[in-house]
Design a protein around this ligand. Structure first.
Ligand code: ATP
Length: 306
């Protein structure tokens, strides 16, 4: 094990949200999970988690969606601190503050992002000397989307999404994200997927062969042609207004639109920054969403910033 020094003061980690540029979903497995072929892309909407030594494990959260974030031990940031502490025999006496900008229950892996960020922050605070592979193992234990939040960039996730193969990206992609009122529960969206799939043959999930090349070339038109989310029909079935948001963004010139992960956030790929601003303004004016934000990708994974 490498020797690491504990940090002297608070540690702050910045962590990106993700969009699934492809989410292929297989039939439900006997354990209830679904096999996935999941292409993640990290985008420039960030949470920050600050870890400060404290008497006991506590969590606070600030930001527009803070009221919806649990502050008990079910918070993925708290669970990350507990798991890391348990593995290295350290009492998790730490205060975790989450400055939240990623929408909650929005299909952008905000909770997973906070889990990865807290893990990295506590690791630096305690100087555990954990290897990258050990941190990734703890991430996978925390949840299927957590390893990607640590890694960032672009990656293909298989299994439940947690087995990652990094993908090359070239250039910058420009996005608009439309946030809806209220969240959608990921398990509820998978249940709706199963209901809609009843009696249908579900193919084994696989990444679109054109996707890695589109990402590597930084080619927005090529990426737009292959964006796909098998959960979209289920999310729209549970939240029919999402169809209006998708139409509004496409009408304003987005190259492609899709529901982000399990929704209800919708994602719009645009040709450039100027077009992204136009699409965001049109989405806001359409009244079909709570807010619209521009962002770029790829973004690096969880990073210590101070
Ligand atoms: P995914 O895209 O991974 O399916 P999501 O973006 O739809 O997730 P999250 O914001 O991760 O959803 O939140 C899902 C639920 O997880 C929340 O409703 C909340 O109860 C719980 N949760 C636990 N920890 C956190 C956290 N740090 N931030 C937000 N929600 C959290």
């Amino acid at each position: 094990m490498s020797v690491a020094q504990p940090a002297a003061g608070p540690v702050t980690v910045r962590v990106p949200a993700k969009v699934n540029v492809q989410l292929a979903v297989g039939a439900a497995r006997p354990d209830g999970f679904h096999d996935l072929a999941n292409v993640f892309l990290a985008v420039s909407l960030y949470d920050q988690v600050t870890a400060t030594p404290a008497e006991e494990l506590t969590v606070t959260c600030s930001g527009p969606d803070a009221a919806q974030v649990p502050l008990d031990r079910t918070n993925l940031a708290a669970r990350a601190a507990e798991l890391l502490g348990a593995r290295y025999g350290i009492e998790p006496r730490v205060h975790l503050h989450i400055a939240k900008d990623i929408p909650v229950a929005g299909g952008m892996a905000g909770g997973s992002a906070d889990g990865a960020a807290a893990l990295l922050a506590c690791d630096a605070l305690w100087g555990t000397g954990a290897s990258r592979a050990e941190l990734l193992e703890i991430c996978a234990e925390l949840g299927s989307d957590v390893p990607f939040s640590l890694v960032g960039g672009a990656a293909l996730g298989t299994g439940r999404g947690e087995v990652l193969t990094p993908l090359e990206t070239g250039g910058t992609f420009h996005w608009v994200f439309a946030m809806a009122d209220g969240g959608l529960s990921t398990p509820a969206v998978f249940r709706e997927f199963d209901r809609l799939a009843e009696g249908r043959e579900i193919p084994v999930p696989a990444a679109h062969p054109g996707l890695p090349a589109a990402l590597a070339a930084g080619d927005a038109d090529a990426l737009a042609a292959v964006l796909a989310n098998d959960l979209q029909a289920a999310a729209v079935s549970l939240r029919p207004q999402l169809a209006d948001t998708l139409d509004a963004g496409l009408g304003a010139g987005a190259l492609a639109a899709l529901v982000s992960g399990s929704g209800p956030t919708t994602a719009f790929l645009t040709a450039d920054a100027e077009s992204a601003d136009k699409v965001a303004a049109a989405l806001l004016a359409s009244g079909t969403c709570r807010t619209a934000r521009t962002a770029t990708s790829p973004s690096p994974g969880a990073t210590v910033v101070s």
